[in-house]
Design a protein. Structure first.
Length: 495
């Protein structure tokens, strides 16, 4: 017996990701125009469309739930900064480069691609084409096997990007649109058909899922193994050698890192790890960058650069100590950090270099006269916010290239420090301490420094932490401070 649905009280709720008739026609027209331009020029042409989504859509949760096996994906949030979020799936273009000019190379390719794109002009609310990804610390970094897929410079132009602008408020009830945006992208080639490109995008939209982030299992069955990639004594010896070179006047400061590996009884779920970090470190840049079967996850406290028109923001972050559950002890530790001459010297080196880097390109540069305390869940830092007004337009990617590496992750002077770091550390940092973030077609964008991070590949997590070494650094104390920094992720990853 057939049921006449027209007589039943049945409601079919349409997915918020489904194209309406008007949007579908608009997208088809843009794809058709892009194909025609590709045929005339013989070059690939980027086509995009940006649409409003309900304010309750969680960009990162959609990306985590909807990613295809092995594809590039990205989630990037700073919850305390007005719930700002960016998430992306797939790739229509991949901008790669290596060597000392890698920032300029990908910036040039992105500038050319976005200039010829067919689509909505950027409006500051997440519309228009985006490129997102990151950079290795070293010009040729990421050569170690476990960093496969994380190239010295790697920016993805995603097939689907979802953005929630800073200051967005989640609304309850009704279909309130505007705070969350979705941008669809396709790369049109001379022999493409607009209808086929549209069909491909609609297949992708049909796969988008609003499922919540998975829960992290805090105690799975099995045994965890945690071990330093190098013995702790190796790190103490490297610190001692660095102090000798500083005393001899060869360098002023150098940052030395160490790697700790966690072998878990089963493969990690990066979406579950991301969900915990987002809850526990809301003031940090919490991100996932997925390439193939590996994902870099982090909760980083350090902004490298944010460009909004002619305005530039950055943060000098150096010098740290532990937290305490006792408020009085916690305050005492913070006060000691503010007064410690060694930490203040380390911090001042970072702040001075950032100001010197920005000053030739700015009308003015403003920094607080004294550092302040920045407290996150397990650690507190000395921090100095720095702002500047650009004298002429410089894109976010170019600014990231100018700023990286700051003395907070490299050293001072920069060149001798960068030659010294791999020799003393004995490891490939890969993307650890490199810039990770995004940029748009106007050159605006935001990049943080990949700190408090772990590279997850199957059931192995490679965790990293480093410290700035100055004249009176003590090897045992520096080793202990790396252990504090590693506690951002080790309790979560080691069961």
């Amino acid at each position: 017996m057939q049921t006449d649905l027209s007589r039943q009280n049945v409601t079919f709720e349409r997915s918020p990701f489904t194209l309406g008739d008007e949007d579908r026609e608009r997208l088809l027209a843009r794809l058709d125009l892009a194909v025609k331009r590709a045929r005339r020029s013989g070059e690939q042409i980027l086509a995009t469309i940006s649409l409003g989504l309900p304010a309750e859509v969680d960009p990162s949760a959609v990306a985590c739930a909807s990613r295809r096996k092995g594809e590039a994906w990205f989630a990037f949030e700073q919850p305390d900064r007005g719930r700002a979020a960016l998430a992306a799936l797939g790739e229509v273009a991949h901008l790669r480069a290596s060597g000392p000019d890698r920032f300029a190379a990908v910036a040039d390719r992105w500038r050319g691609m976005s200039a010829t794109a067919v689509g909505d002009p950027p409006d500051g609310n997440g519309s228009g084409p985006l490129a997102l990804g990151g950079f290795a610390f070293a010009p040729e970094g990421g050569d170690a096997p476990h960093w496969a897929g994380f190239e010295p410079a790697s920016l993805i132009v995603p097939e689907v990007a979802l953005t929630r602008r800073a200051g967005a408020r989640q609304r309850v009830g009704g279909d309130q649109r505007g705070d969350v945006r979705m941008t669809l992208a396709a790369m049109a080639c001379p022999d493409d058909l607009a209808e086929e490109l549209l069909a491909r995008l609609e297949r992708r939209l049909a796969e988008l899922n609003e499922q919540s982030l998975p829960l992290h299992d805090p105690a799975p069955a099995g045994r965890y193994q945690v071990a330093s990639a190098m013995p702790p004594e190796h790190y103490e010896a490297a610190v001692a050698r660095a102090v000798q070179l500083i005393e001899q006047g060869e360098i002023e400061k150098v940052v030395l890192a160490r790697e700790v590996q966690v072998h878990a009884p089963r493969a990690y779920d990066p979406a579950a790890v991301f969900g915990v970090l987002r809850e526990e470190f809301p003031s940090c840049f919490v991100f996932c960058v997925g390439h193939g079967d590996a994902t870099l996850v982090a909760a980083s406290p350090e902004l490298l650069v944010r460009r909004e028109g002619h305005r530039v923001s950055t943060l000098a972050l150096a010098g740290s100590t532990r937290r305490s559950a006792d408020p009085a002890v916690d305050d005492h530790l913070g006060e000691q950090l503010l007064r410690d001459e060694s930490y203040r010297e380390e911090h001042a080196i970072v702040a001075r270099r950032i100001e010197r880097t920005l000053r030739p390109h700015a009308v003015w540069v403003a920094a607080a006269p004294e550092p302040e305390l920045v407290r996150i869940a397990n650690i507190q830092h000395l921090a100095t916010p720095i702002r500047a007004q650009l004298a002429a337009p410089i894109e976010a990617l170019e600014l990231a290239g100018l700023m990286h590496p700051t003395p907070a992750v490299g050293g001072e002077p920069v060149e001798p420090a960068l030659h010294l770091i791999p020799a003393l550390e004995g490891l490939d940092r890969g993307w650890y301490s490199g810039p990770v973030g995004w940029t748009d077609a106007t050159g605006d964008g935001e990049f943080c420094v990949a700190l408090r991070c772990a590279l997850l590949r199957g059931g192995v997590a490679h965790c990293y932490a480093g410290n700035g070494i100055v004249r009176d650094s003590d090897p045992a104390r520096e080793l202990a401070e790396t252990e504090i920094k590693l506690q951002a992720l080790l309790p979560l990853l080691a069961g």
